[in-house]
Structure formats: structure tokens, C-alpha cells
Design a protein around this ligand. Structure first.
Ligand code: SAM
Ligand code: 2KA
Ligand code: SF4
Ligand code: MG
Length: 192
């Protein structure tokens, strides 16, 4: 759908430069999704993998594959071509579909509407739960039970509710310090 060079705004790698590849297509249906224009894959004509890889290697040694939902598609060819060029490859995913591709960093952001497959919980390097309302703290704890023991746990305010939810997240993390705060820092920085 699009490619852009920016700073990773969220989660464990916040603040680090990365080339983003946004893959079209998602049917998970989060009502607060901040990239709804990605949902209909038919609106985004395919780009050759070799072209994407050639672009990426000019900019960064780390690529973040996001979407849409990247695991809608088989990610094996894209990740093997990126890695053959020496790049580190990260994914942002809901985990709703079988895990394909070879990932150096796996950010799992589970959604209530289509829960992750079991192998996604095993692969996760970080668990990033979006907090849109108070019930999402309960959902976050349920997801933390399912994820592998090494996953780093983040709570991230849903952008449209950030003024209400951010203070609740701050209090929650101080009371439950296994969690960390993640903010969408790129939106505060006004960068893509
Ligand atoms: C647009 S999604 C694409 C990747 C994948 N479909 C997923 O949901 O993980 C990228 C990240 O943005 C988060 N996100 C989407 N909309 C958001 C919003 N309104 N506020 C905060 N985070 C949001 C998602 O949870 C996910 O971690
Ligand atoms: N700067 C920046 N960081 C991000 N981290 C995850 C993003 C995403 O949409 O997956 C994202 C994004 O869209 N922009
Ligand atoms: S899974 Fe990701 S891309 Fe799909 S609707 Fe939810 S936030 Fe948006
Ligand atoms: Mg985004």
C-alpha cells in the first residue's frame, strides 16, 4: 500500500529509524483503526517484492512490515529477500492469521474481534495492547496469560481516547510494573 522511512513511534523500538512497508488488506475490523484505508486490498495494486527490497536497503538496516494485516498474506518471500540483503525485519501484527515469514522482532497487538492464533503468542517479542476503555485492562491481562514468558508487555492508549486513557495507563503501570507504557510518539512528532 505504501512505503516510508520514519522513526518507529511505538513499543520496544520507539525512537529508532526504520523503513516501513505497509501491506494492504485487513478484515479484523477494529472500529478505532487509524489506517482504515488499508483494509480493502483491491484498492492497493501489488508492488514487486524486488522493488520494495531495493528501496528499503537505500534507507535503513531495519524494516518494519505493517498494514493492514501483514499475516493476511504469506510473508516468506518478502522476509527472505529482505534478510538476504542483510536487513533486520520486524512485524506489527494482530496475530489473527497463521505466522509466515522469518522475523527478527515480532510485535503482537491482539484484537478482541479476531484473537491471535496460538503460534503468534509463542512468537511475540512484545505484546502491545491498545487501551480504548477500562475493560481493555482486563483483556490485556488475559492476553498476557497467553503470551510466552519472555514477551515484553506494553499498554498503548487508543489515540482518540488518549486524554482519558493515558492517566489510567500511568496509574495501572505503577500498580502493575510488569507492564510498560507505549505512546504513538510519531503522532506527537507529526511524522508518518
Ligand atoms: C494499524 S496496525 C497494523 C498492523 C496490524 N494489523 C495490527 O493491528 O497490529 C499497527 C499498530 O497500530 C495500532 N493502532 C491502530 N489504531 C490505533 C489507534 N487508534 N490508537 C492506538 N494504536 C492503534 C495497532 O494496534 C497496531 O499495534
Ligand atoms: N512512525 C510510525 N511508527 C509506527 N509503529 C507502528 C506503526 C504502524 O502503523 O504499524 C507506525 C506508524 O505508522 N508510524
Ligand atoms: S488489525 Fe490492525 S489494521 Fe486491522 S483493523 Fe485492527 S488495527 Fe487496523
Ligand atoms: Mg500507525
Amino acid at each position: 500500500m505504501e512505503e516510508f522511512y520514519t522513526i518507529q513511534g511505538e513499543g520496544f523500538h520507539t525512537g529508532t529509524a526504520a523503513y516501513f512497508i505497509r501491506v494492504g488488506g485487513c478484515d479484523v475490523g477494529c472500529h478505532w483503526c487509524d489506517v482504515k484505508e488499508s483494509w480493502d486490498a483491491n484498492l492497493h495494486p501489488p508492488t514487486a517484492t524486488s522493488e520494495i527490497v531495493a528501496h528499503a536497503r537505500q534507507y535503513a538496516d531495519t524494516v518494519v512490515v505493517t498494514g493492514g494485516e501483514p499475516l493476511t498474506w504469506d510473508m516468506s518471500v518478502l522476509t527472505s529477500e529482505l534478510k538476504s540483503q542483510g536487513m533486520r525485519v520486524h512485524i506489527e501484527t494482530s496475530g489473527a492469521y497463521p505466522v509466515t515469514g522469518n522475523w527478527d522482532w515480532f510485535c503482537l497487538s491482539p484484537k478482541k474481534t479476531k484473537l491471535p492464533v496460538d503460534e503468534a503468542y509463542d512468537c511475540a517479542d512484545e505484546l502491545k495492547v491498545i487501551i480504548h476503555n477500562k475493560h481493555d485492562f482486563i483483556f490485556a491481562e488475559q492476553q498476557a496469560e497467553k503470551v510466552n514468558v519472555n514477551a515484553i508487555l506494553f499498554l498503548q492508549p487508543e489515540w482518540s481516547k488518549r486524554e482519558e486513557m493515558t492517566p489510567l495507563i500511568v496509574d495501572y503501570v505503577m500498580s502493575n510494573p510488569k507492564w510498560r507504557v507505549s505512546l504513538q510518539t510519531h503522532k506527537y512528532l507529526n511524522i508518518p
